[in-house]
Design a protein around this ligand. Structure first.
Ligand SMILES: Cc1ncc(COP(=O)(O)O)c(C=O)c1O
Length: 424
C-alpha cells in the first residue's frame, strides 16, 4: 500500500509551490550557459588556503571542543568579534544582543517562526528578496508591498501601507537584492521615524553593506533607531529593529554563518526557536570563521572583493550600454555595491518568456516576477555580476542583448544578430 502523503501535508506545506521558472533555472548550472541568475560570490576568490590553515589550527588547539555540541547563542569569541566589527559601523551592542545563525536565511526563518501568525501582513519592498518571501510565506504571511525607486523604498508611500497594520517591515537598505538600489539617508530617517510612530518593527537585512564600490557608507537603520531611543551607550539595545548580516558574502557561503542583532528579549525567543531547528550553528564552522577572521584577514579580503566586483559591475554596465541603446526602451539600475542590477524591459515584454529564448542562447537571469510578493510585474529581471569573469560578462550580455532585441522587435534571434561587444 502506498502512503497517502497528499492528505498528510500541513496547510503551510500546501503553500509551497514549484515553478516553471525554477525548473528552467536548474538548466543554468550547465557548463555551457553563462548564468547571471544565481547570487553566488566569485569562487576563485574564496580564501581556501586561509580556511585550510584555520581548520588545522582549530583541530590542533581546540579539537575536542570544536567537535562537541555548544551553546545555541553561538561561540562567544565569534560573537565578541562581531560586536567589535559592528561597532565600526555604529552598531554598539554587547554579545547578549547577538545570536549566531546558520546563515541569514535561518534568521529569516526563525523570525517567521516567532513573529508570524497565519494571515499576518508583512510589509516588504517590491521587489524583495525571494528567500525571505519563501520563509515568511511558510508561516502564512500575506504581504503589503511598497515600491522602490533609485533611492530605495518610496517612503512617501509608506504611511498608507502602515495603516494596513503590518506585523513588521522587511527592508534591505544596502544594494538591495534583487534591485541593487540603496535607501537614501533622508529616507532611512523617515522610515525609522514612522516605524517608531506606528510601533511597527523593522527587520533590516544587510548581507551586502560591506561590499560598497562607491559613495559613502550610510548608517544602518538599527543605528538610527538606537539614536532615537538614545539607548546605544549602555550596549543594551531595546529598540524596534532586528538587524541581520552574514559571512556568506565576505568570507564563504558554504560556512553557513550569519548573525542577528536584536533586543535581548527578542534574542531569547529566537534562541528558543533555534533550539527546535538545529540546537546551534556548527561549532566547528564558527571556530574556523573566528580563526580566519581573528588576524583581521576579512578586511583585506573584502578590499579585494570590492575591487573585483566593482570592475565586474562596470563591465556589465558598459556592455549593457553597448548592446541596448536607449531606443530599445530597456533601463537598468546602477548599483553602488552588492551583487545585482535590475533591468526593466518595455512593458509589453514578459521576462519569463524571454528567459526561454535566453536559455536557448545559453545565457540566464532570474525574471523579476519571482521577487514580487504579488507575482504581478512581468517585465523585469535580475542580473548578477559577481560570479562570471569579465570576458564572460561581455559575452553573456551580448547573448542577452540579442535575445532582448529579438523580443523587442518580435523577431526570432537570427544567427549573427548579436551586437558585438569589443574586448578591451
Ligand atoms: C538579502 C539576503 N538575505 C539573506 C540571504 C541569505 O544569506 P545566507 O547565506 O547568510 O543565508 C541572502 C543570500 O543571498 C540575501 O541576498
Amino acid at each position: 500500500m502506498s502512503a497517502p502523503w497528499q492528505q498528510r501535508y500541513a496547510q503551510r506545506t500546501q503553500r509551497m509551490t514549484s515553478s516553471a521558472i525554477r525548473e528552467l533555472l536548474k538548466l543554468t548550472s550547465r557548463a555551457d550557459i553563462i548564468s547571471f541568475a544565481g547570487g553566488l560570490p566569485a569562487p576563485e576568490l574564496f580564501p581556501v588556503e586561509q580556511v585550510r590553515a584555520a581548520v588545522d589550527t582549530v583541530l590542533t588547539e581546540h579539537g575536542t571542543s570544536a567537535l562537541q555540541y555548544s551553546t545555541t547563542e553561538g561561540y562567544p569569541p565569534l560573537r565578541e568579534m562581531i560586536t567589535r566589527h559592528m561597532a565600526r559601523y555604529g552598531i554598539k551592542v554587547g554579545i547578549e544582543s547577538v545570536l549566531i545563525t546558520t546563515g541569514s536565511q535561518e534568521a529569516l526563518d526563525l523570525i517567521g517562526k516567532i513573529l508570524i501568525n497565519p494571515g499576518d501582513r508583512i510589509l516588504t519592498e517590491t521587489p524583495s528578496y525571494l528567500g525571505a518571501l519563501q520563509a515568511f510565506t511558510m508561516y502564512g504571511a500575506d504581504y503589503v508591498s511598497v515600491p522602490i525607486d533609485d533611492d530605495g523604498l518610496e517612503t512617501s508611500r509608506l504611511e498608507e501601507a502602515l495603516r494596513a497594520g503590518p506585523k513588521f517591515m522587511y527592508i534591505l537598505p544596502n544594494f538591495q537584492n534583487p534591485a541593487g538600489v540603496t535607501l537614501s539617508l533622508p529616507r532611512r530617517r523617515e522610515l525609522v521615524g514612522l516605524s517608531d510612530r506606528y510601533g511597527i518593527p523593522i527587520v533590516e537585512d544587510d548581507p551586502y553593506g560591506q561590499l560598497r564600490y562607491e559613495g559613502q557608507h550610510l548608517p544602518p537603520l538599527v543605528v538610527l533607531d538606537a539614536e532615537l531611543h538614545n539607548d546605544h551607550q549602555n550596549g543594551r539595545y531595546r529598540g524596534g529593529v532586528i538587524y541581520l548580516s552574514t559571512f556568506s558574502k565576505t568570507l564563504a557561503p558554504g560556512l553557513r554563518l550569519g548573525w542577528v542583532v536584536a533586543p535581548t528579549e527578542v534574542i531569547q525567543r529566537l534562541v528558543m526557536a533555534k533550539q527546535g531547528t538545529d540546537l546551534h550553528s556548527s561549532t566547528f564552522d564558527q571556530m574556523v570563521a573566528h580563526e580566519v577572521a581573528r588576524s583581521g584577514f576579512i578586511d583585506q579580503h573584502v578590499a579585494r572583493l570590492r575591487e573585483v566586483y566593482r570592475r565586474r559591475r562596470d563591465v556589465m554596465l558598459q556592455a549593457l550600454e553597448q548592446v541596448l541603446p536607449p531606443e530599445t526602451g530597456v533601463r537598468w539600475t546602477r548599483p553602488h555595491g552588492g551583487l545585482f542590477l535590475w533591468v526593466t524591459l518595455p512593458e509589453s515584454l514578459d521576462a519569463s518568456r524571454l528567459l526561454e529564448t535566453a536559455v536557448e542562447e545559453k545565457v540566464a537571469f532570474v525574471p523579476g516576477v519571482c521577487f514580487d510578493p504579488a507575482g504581478l510585474v512581468r517585465n523585469t529581471m535580475r542580473l548578477n555580476f559577481s560570479n562570471a569573469s569579465e570576458p564572460m560578462i561581455r559575452e553573456g550580455i551580448a547573448r542577452l542583448g540579442a535575445a532582448i532585441i529579438g523580443h523587442v522587435s518580435h523577431r526570432p534571434v537570427a544567427a549573427g544578430a548579436r551586437v558585438a561587444v569589443p574586448l578591451p
